[in-house]
Design a protein around this ligand. Sequence first.
Ligand code: NAP
Length: 279
Amino acid sequence: MNTTPKQFAVIGHPVNHSLSPHIHLLFAGQFNIPLNYDRLDIEREELLSQLEQFKSQRFSGLNVTLPLKHDAYLLCQSLSDKAKLTESVNTISIRDNQLFGDTTDGIGLIRDLISKGVKLKNTRSLLVGAGGAANAVMADLIKGRPSTLYLTNRTIEKSMLMESHWSDFAKNHSVTLKVADINDREQGPYDVIINATSAGFTSELSPLPDGVISNNTICYDMIYGRETPFIRQAIEHKATWHDGLGMLIEQAAESFRIWHDKTPDTSTIKGDLALLKLI
Ligand code: NAP
């Protein structure tokens, strides 16, 4: 057995608080796989030259986070079907001096929803946001077969672009896609709302008006580690709510599977991170 640790890293800007190294080391421990996993702060302008260096430094894989996922998609030599569809890469495998790009955010979200008993099928669901994270989960959200998937965003033109990009894929899965004004209360309440905005970091206000959440709505915020205004709004409406920690763990598990061909047990990771006082 080769015991030389393989080299991995998460790249993005900022990355200093990323939990990915801890999560991957916990997974590696489950299989006694020796590996090193760094956090490397890289800005967009440096990405091309840094990727060349990672190849020469014999890195085996990279996780890619904000704001580099679309640039990584443009720079990989080969892409999974889902990375092509979503135009987003969060997992790079480096083999034979080539970069293979994949995206695991969508599967991470769906697996977390499933583990929490949230069903998308035949629901009226709302996706809030039109940035990298919203686009990255679209293929898997549509495959979850909500009857209607509403798209909304502060800059509504971006939701319109998303609708046109995804309309054929949605039709092929018998899902109706509709753009909703972010302040429109009339379409609500929704069965499931997924907040894929970064508003929870930058604003004291929820991106959504009251009236779109009822006590039967499932509210999911991709942000984790803080009570966002959207989560507070869900609590005020006595709705069920979840943060994005489970998605983070599940997307990491799928990256781990791609790199090591082994499926880690994710059920213990939240407890392990808490024991390590990381969450
Ligand atoms: P992004 O590409 O920068 O997009 C940000 C989105 O948030 C845009 O739709 C933007 O609207 C919206 N937004 C920002 N501030 C807002 C405000 N005050 N009110 C309403 N909308 C606002 O970022 P991203 O990559 O999509 O990431 C979004 C969030 O998801 C981040 O917080 C990230 O940490 C989280 N995330 C979590 C996971 C996980 O595994 N849990 C994975 C991926 C991402 P405009 O278009 O109008 O600017």
